[in-house]
Design a protein around this ligand. Structure first.
Ligand code: GCB
Length: 611
């Protein structure tokens, strides 16, 4: 009896065993996929969340009940259900509900998903996590009729320990996903992109030993050493032996975790190490072994730093020949389902088509499929959190939401060699509350990952034809970045654009993180002064803006706006836009516009001189 009581007590105080896991490298762990066929049912009045006077919803509307609604109604003629998940329509997940039915395009609210799957109860000494690579925006997750947790933020992974809830045979999972956001959320409701509500990335069950490698960060430091930071989770996390191996380099770092389950070690990088770069994106198999757990990853090793106005990759100056993009696959009806093939198609247009070496993944963390593909294809990455335009700077909960997303993004991706820059914001208005908010995020980045550069896309100040960067945040950033649209959002003749002069407030590199002009693929205007929305206007805009950029001595990179036309409810010109922002260099179906070739030529030229 006493022994049982003590065991129960020990469980209660087990170190962080039941905290939210990081599950670094989860996409490389063996897993059971729950992607595929799910039932879905719309719930605009959130009937399944609360009764008509608030409080717990009644049995007739509780979508996650562990009952087969049709059976229950057949058995009991007086039973009432005003839903039937098991007879609701079926869709294939992951993918936004925008693709489920035409009337779902602008739906903002709650949708329920349910499926069953076969499983076995986790063996003693193991734990099983239910992981979502992302759900947009708030997900309430239930397994076999019980709540397992909630997550907000549409672009980062989350996982719950479901060891105690899984049963042998058929299991039922129900997820209520609510895409509605308020002014206190991150991003706020108004953006310039489509809200892809739903379960947009993979769902998996991952079984690990009771004590497992929850977080491992392995990288090349600027000091020329390979560093590893490992954190174990579980009852045996303290004082546990572990080894980080890179077999191809014959490297093994070993040690014993401290009382907090953490271990940090380093060794000189072996001379045989081939550094990752866009030209040679070498990845190594890395194994982190602790007890019976082995975490596998594929990691590239390189350094990135800023010195004066230059960005240095592996100690050598590099000009970032980039382009921005949204997370949207090619095609007429994207649902934000980023498969490896979809990611490869987009990034290959940048790497090979444009001769680029850099991509800005705007304006939120993109799928882990995308950042893995960038590692493999050799593209440096700008990774961003959706602190966009008008954020509620004074609300501590808004700050907490931004910090959570930033942390989840960095912990997911800090083993990706491709990631060069963490961006904390886009086009935010200068002010004390905003400055304090962003400084907190910058401090978080530096605490979580001091091996990369911190940036934010800022707004410029214009006086006549003199452009300057008048933002106190510059002092806090490693790399300045500016979005500039002279000639598109202004009526300046394009011929004037090369005459604009840029002044810098700091001895730091600058990236033009955006410039661009809409063009509808196939609309041509051969006039000497072509109209906006024509391919000729966009091409000339690129020529002139690139000529302006060529005269900025402290410019270290470009990521014009953007690779592909993308859906935006703001863009409703019936002739030219039809719900699409047309600043793509390729159309939604992949047709290259004239400006594509202008940028590709510029990058070919720059690659010749800076490679
Ligand atoms: C911007 C924003 C981007 C918009 C773009 C545009 O400055 O950062 O999200 O889509 O301009 O097309 O106006």
């Amino acid at each position: 009896m006493i022994a049982r009581f003590l065991a129960a007590l020990a469980l209660l105080f087990a170190p962080a065993a039941f905290a939210q896991p990081v599950l670094t490298g989860a996409d490389m762990r063996p897993s059971q996929s729950l992607d595929g066929a799910w039932h879905w049912s719309v719930d605009p009045y959130r009937d399944g969340k609360a009764g008509f006077h608030g409080g717990m919803p009644g049995e007739s509307s509780r979508r996650w009940s562990d009952v087969v609604q049709a059976d229950a109604m057949e058995k009991n003629p007086r039973a009432l259900y005003e839903f039937d998940m098991q007879r609701s329509a079926i869709v294939h997940l992951p993918g936004s509900w925008i693709g489920h039915a035409a009337e779902m395009r602008y739906y903002q609210g709650l949708v329920w998903y349910q499926r069953t799957f076969e499983a076995t109860r986790p063996a003693p000494g193991t734990r099983t996590f239910l992981r979502f690579a992302a759900a947009d925006y708030t997900a309430d997750v239930y397994l076999n009729g019980k709540s397992v947790g909630t997550h907000s933020g549409g672009f980062t992974p989350f996982a719950f320990d479901v060891t105690a809830l899984l049963r042998d045979g058929s299991n039922q999972i129900t997820v209520g996903v609510d895409s509605a956001r308020t002014d206190d959320d991150v991003p706020p409701p108004v953006t310039d992109w489509e809200t892809y509500g739903g379960i947009t990335r993979s769902v998996t069950l991952i079984t690990v030993p009771e004590t497992f490698v929850d977080d491992a960060w392995v990288r090349l430091g600027r000091d020329g050493r390979i560093h590893a930071d490992v954190r174990l989770d579980g009852r045996q996390a303290p004082n546990r032996a572990l080894t980080v191996r890179i077999p191809a380099l014959g490297l093994a770092l070993s040690g014993i975790t401290g009382a907090d389950g953490r271990w940090t070690g380093s060794a000189p990088a072996p001379s045989a190490l081939k550094r990752w770069s866009p030209e040679a994106p070498t990845l190594y198999d890395v194994r982190v072994e602790a007890g019976t757990d082995v975490l596998h990853d594929r990691i590239g090793f390189r350094t990135i730093e800023a010195r004066g106005t230059k960005i240095l990759l592996n100690g050598k100056p590099i000009f970032l020949r980039g382009i921005s993009m949204h997370e949207e696959e090619l095609g007429r009806d994207p649902v934000r389902a980023i498969t490896p093939a979809a990611a490869r198609a987009l990034l290959t247009e940048i790497r090979q088509g444009l001769n680029g070496n850099f991509v800005r993944l705007a304006h939120y963390p993109h799928s882990e499929v995308m950042t893995r593909m960038a590692d493999e294809l050799g593209l440096l990455v700008w990774s961003e959190v959706p602190v966009y335009w008008r954020v509620n700077w004074d609300n501590p909960q808004t700050l907490a939401a931004a910090r959570a997303q930033l942390r989840e993004n960095i912990l997911r991706d800090r083993n990706r060699a491709s990631i060069a820059l963490w961006s904390v914001a886009n086009e935010t208005p200068v002010g004390d509350a905003r400055n304090a908010f962003l400084r907190t995020l910058i401090a978080d980045v530096r605490a979580l990952d001091d091996s990369r550069l911190v940036t934010a896309a800022l707004l410029s100040k214009r006086e006549g034809k003199v452009m300057s960067i008048d933002d106190p945040l510059v002092a806090d950033l490693d790399v300045m970045a500016i979005n500039t649209y002279n000639g598109w959002y202004s009526q300046d003749p394009l011929a004037d654009i090369p005459g604009f002069e840029w002044r810098s407030p700091a001895d730091k590199p600058l990236i033009f993180s955006e410039f661009g002009a809409d063009a509808q693929a196939g609309y041509h205007d051969a006039a000497a002064d072509p109209h906006k929305f024509s391919e000729e206007f966009q091409a000339e805009y690129y020529r002139r803006t690139l000529a302006m950029a060529a005269k900025v001595p402290f410019l270290a990179g470009l990521s014009p706006w953007l690779l592909k036309d993308f859906r935006s409810p703001r863009r409703q010109h019936p002739v030219f836009q039809q719900g699409w922002n047309r600043k793509g260099l390729i159309s939604e179906t992949g047709t290259r516009k004239q400006a594509f070739y202008v940028l590709a030529d510029e990058y070919r030229r720059r690659a010749g001189s800076t490679r």
